[in-house]
Every structure is written in C-alpha cells, then in structure tokens.
Design a protein around this ligand. Structure first.
Ligand code: GLA
Length: 379
C-alpha cells in the first residue's frame, strides 16, 4: 500500500486510446540523477497531436528538436530565416517548464547547397563561409538566448577511423571550423551549454578521435561544455562496458556527457549497426523486416534487458551524465522505420505505437524504484 502511494505521487496522467492511465514518469524517477528528454517533431508541439503532447508532458523534462532547428529549416535561402516552427518548439518547452535543447548549428547534412557555393560558380573562400557560419549562429542562438539552454554546436565532425570528416565546412574553412563554431555560439549566448555531438563514439578509433578532438579544443580554450553521445545503438553493439568506459574517459576530460539521441534498433542489419550516417540508404528486403506483424516476446524482453543495462551505466555516472534524450517518443515516431531501409516496422523506443509503455519502460524505471512493478497497470 505504501509502495502504491509513492507511485501515485510520482504518477503522470497518460491518455492512451481514450483511457486515462496513471503511469510513473521517467522525469520523476530520474529527477535526482539526470534530465530525461525526447526529440520532438512538429505535430507533437504544434497542437496537432494533443495525445502525443500529453505523453511528452507527463514523461519528459527536456526536449530536442528532431528537424526544425537544422540549417535547411531555419535558413533555406541566404539571409531568409524561417523561425515560425522553431518558435513554436521553444514556446512548447517554455510553457511546460522544460529544459530546451537546440540541434544543430554546424553539420554536413540537412544544410542547403547554397551555404557551400561561391558567387558565379567560383569556389567558396574561407572568410565568406566563416561569415555565413557566424551570421547563422548569431541569428539562431541570439534569437533563443536564455531560452535554449544547450546547443549541439557541431554535429558529426568525425569519420569512423577517428580522423576529421572531409566535410564541406572543413574543406573550405580548415580544421579550425569546429573551434570557430563554438566561439560564435558562445558570443551569441555566453550562458548556453555548448556540446560536440556524434554517433559511434562509444568505442574504438572513433572514441579515441573524439577524446583527442575535445582535449585539443579544451587546451585551446574553446568554450565546450560537453560531448553528446548520440547512442543510436543495436542490441549487440556497443557493449555496456564500452559505454561505461567512454563516459568515464569523457568525464576525465572535465566535460559533461549527454546521451542525446538514444534508440535501440532490434531489426536485422546487413552490417553491424555502428554507422548512424543519415545518408545511408539500402535496398528493401522483406527478410530484413521480420516483425511487421508484431514484436515477438523474446525480442521484447531482449530490448528491455538492453535498455536496463544502458540505464544502469548512465545511473552509475550521474553527475557526469546530465541528460538522457530519446530520439523519438513512440515506436511509430522513429526514423528507424525508414533508415537505413525504407518502410520497415521498428521497435526502438520505450512506448509502442499507441503510446503504451513497453516492458523496456518498466525495466528502466525498476532500476531506481524497486516498487515500480507493484502499482502499474498491466497493459
Ligand atoms: C543524426 C542527427 C539527428 C537525426 C538522426 C537521425 O543522428 O544528429 O539530427 O537526423 O541522425 O534521425
């Protein structure tokens, strides 16, 4: 009875298929450890999908924009900024007292071609691209100064071997484009937290490359707050030990760690799923879409165990790990339904397509509250 009462106190009200169901909330459960966030799409914060918004309000205390703050959304044409949708995203966060993340200022993807083009077909020069970068960052970070608390400043600057990616930013500006981006963001909002964000940096040469990059930035006095480990992972990779070691190593550099884009892909892959490059695209094959009619219980349980082992690592490092953000809310939202193969049925999140908590949700909550099992309504 006592246990049940404590759960009710922490309960959020969740509307699923027209029924009100009391659920313990992720944000309450982890509130003394770290923020728990989700990336949002427009329908979730614009009022179009109130049920999704209710679930987000009940469960999360941090939000990230899935697409609406990428360069191609904010400045599709030179100097023509479009802040309508990003303003609504920020308003949603402010209205609900959430920690608001901005994502992402400098990236090679979802950036319009004009950014890297010179006048009259001539190659672009360093100063012009630096000016474009500075203008964009000042306009965007400046607009949300004091509201967006943390920015993913540079996204995915590293290749799999840990060396710098040959992105157009690097080709035109040189290796210091990363330091410049952080400087510009810091000028625009000196109080904002500034992160370097990447996938696949949990282990191997890419982890070493990320550590070396951040060490170098810090030695040069670049205002970097932390590293975002995207954490687009599979069931087998990376091991929880890799994640543990990575967080330890980043923490030793004196920076914060945010898990920024967590999802766990249970679908079969043509190759080990260490490469979350958005541009990857593979041919459709029904054999690689085995759970279109539903997720078998053994895979459901494997997903729950995997989530629990990762959260156990985050909990161990709370203090260094300041935020854990899921890339999406329900299975239906996830980009993994269309990447790297279009039209699959994917199950990477804690909530199913109807917004109902999955066994993985309870496995994660159970790490903190032993009694999380006793008061839940079985769905
Ligand atoms: C990367 C980016 C995100 C998003 C995901 C996939 O990780 O950082 O903005 O595009 O890929 O959806």
């Amino acid at each position: 009875m006592k246990h049940f009462a404590s759960i009710c106190i922490a309960a959020g009200l969740l509307l699923v298929a027209g029924r009100a169901i009391s659920q313990p909330a992720l944000k309450e459960t982890f509130k003394d450890r770290f923020l728990v966030g989700a990336s949002l799409n427009e329908s979730q914060f614009s009022g179009e999908n109130p049920t999704a918004a209710d679930l987000i309000r009940a469960q999360f205390d941090s939000i990230s924009p899935e697409n609406v703050m990428k360069w191609d959304s904010l400045q599709p044409l030179p100097g023509k900024f479009n802040f309508q949708t990003s303003d609504r995203y920020v308003s949603f966060g402010l209205e609900n007292g959430m920690f608001i993340v901005g994502h992402t200022l400098v990236w090679h993807a979802q950036t319009p071609d004009w950014v890297f083009e010179g006048a009259n077909g001539k190659p672009l020069d360093r100063d012009t691209l630096l000016k474009r970068m500075r203008d964009h960052i000042h306009a965007v970070v400046g607009r949300y100064r004091g509201k967006v608390k943390s920015w993913d400043v540079v996204n995915e600057a590293l290749d799999g071997d840990g060396t710098l990616r040959t992105s157009p930013w690097r080709q035109v500006i040189g290796d210091d484009y990363i330091a410049k981006a952080f400087q510009f963001a810091h000028e625009a909002d000196p109080a904002a937290e500034l992160f370097y964000n990447d996938f696949g940096i949990e282990a191997g040469p890419k982890r070493d490359g990320a550590l070396a990059l951040i060490r170098k930035l810090k030695a040069a006095g670049v205002p970097i707050t932390g590293v975002g480990i995207q954490e687009h992972v599979g069931l087998p990779w990376p091991s929880s030990r890799d994640v543990d070691e990575a967080i330890t190593a980043f923490g030793r550099l004196g920076i914060k760690v945010a898990i920024t884009e967590l999802d766990i892909d249970v679908l079969p892959s043509r190759r080990q799923n260490v490469n979350a490059d958005v541009n990857r695209s593979e041919a459709v094959d029904p054999a690689l879409n085995p759970y279109a009619a539903g997720l078998p219980d053994d895979v459901q349980q494997a997903l729950a165990r995997r989530y629990a082992e990762l959260f156990a690592v985050y909990l161990k490092h709370h203090g260094t790990v300041v935020r854990v953000t899921f890339w999406g809310v329900t299975d239906g939202d996830s980009w993994l339904n269309n990447w790297p193969i279009r039209g699959r049925t994917s199950y990477p999140m804690l909530f199913d397509r109807a917004g109902r908590p999955k066994p993985a949700f309870y496995a994660v909550l159970g790490l903190v509250r032993d009694d999380s099992q006793s008061g839940r309504e079985r769905l």
